[in-house]
Ligand binder design. Structure first.
Ligand SMILES: C[S@@+](CC[C@H](N)C(=O)[O-])C[C@H]1O[C@@H](n2cnc3c(N)ncnc32)[C@H](O)[C@@H]1O
Length: 200
């Protein structure tokens, strides 16, 4: 178990995320009711066989990947989020656990996260674990909260910060300053669309 992902850190993390999901359900501020357009755009252009969605929340993106024929594992630390996901999607393999400590049996040609890396306390462990779980030439699409003009706050980062976490282990295929919308399409969330390929 890594130093900063010990039992105390994990239980704090569970409490933090579970309290938000338990209180707000699908009204959490970042959630969508339709799949993330940046993921759809990628999946339209690329054949994905086996995918992992990290920090899958209520499963909207994992269930989309599953619906287009991808074999999907999806993990979240919040029991409420996983319960919500399992209710609407019986075909994705939803896993209730901490990503860093979970012992995966699969490897993937595509790993996706929308907001997990940005909010993760131990970015180094996360990046190393994603690398370990990707097949050769595997791709990682990670959507990371972007510091944007006067909008800043938790889990929002500059391009320099974002690249510093990943460039040792991944080739940068694309980084684009982008936006996403939440459920009601009322709030624009600035993010880095970051597409990475595992280094050999
Ligand atoms: C910003 S939310 C994004 C949720 C979802 N991807 C979406 O776009 O709606 C981050 C998610 O990561 C989950 N999470 C946080 N720490 C985690 C961990 N250590 N292992 C697995 N999931 C985690 C949270 O419960 C939360 O659902």
């Amino acid at each position: 178990m890594s130093r900063s992902s010990g039992p105390l850190t994990i239980s704090k993390s569970i409490n933090f995320w579970e309290s938000i999901w338990a209180e707000q359900g699908t009204k959490v501020p970042w959630a969508r009711f339709s799949p993330e357009p940046l993921l759809v755009e990628y999946a339209d252009q690329t054949k994905i066989r086996k995918a992992l969605d990290i920090g899958c929340g209520h499963g909207i993106d994992a269930s989309y990947l599953c619906s287009i024929g991808v074999q999907v594992d999806a993990i979240d630390i919040s029991p409420t989020a996983i319960e919500l996901a399992r209710k609407v999607d019986k075909n994705t393999n939803y896993i209730l656990n901490d990503f860093i400590n979970h012992e995966f049996t699969n490897k993937y040609d595509f790993i996706y996260d929308r907001g997990y890396l940005g909010s993760c306390a131990n970015k180094e462990s996360c990046v190393k674990k994603v690398k370990l779980l990707l097949e050769e030439n595997g791709k990682w699409l990670t959507l990371i909260g972007r510091k944007d003009g006067n909008v800043s706050g938790p889990s929002r980062y500059t391009l320099t910060e974002t690249l510093s976490w990943v460039e040792q282990d991944f080739n940068i295929i694309e980084v684009t300053a982008s936006v996403t919308l939440n459920n009601s399409n009322s709030e624009k969330i600035s993010l880095w669309k970051t597409l990475l390929e595992k280094k050999k």
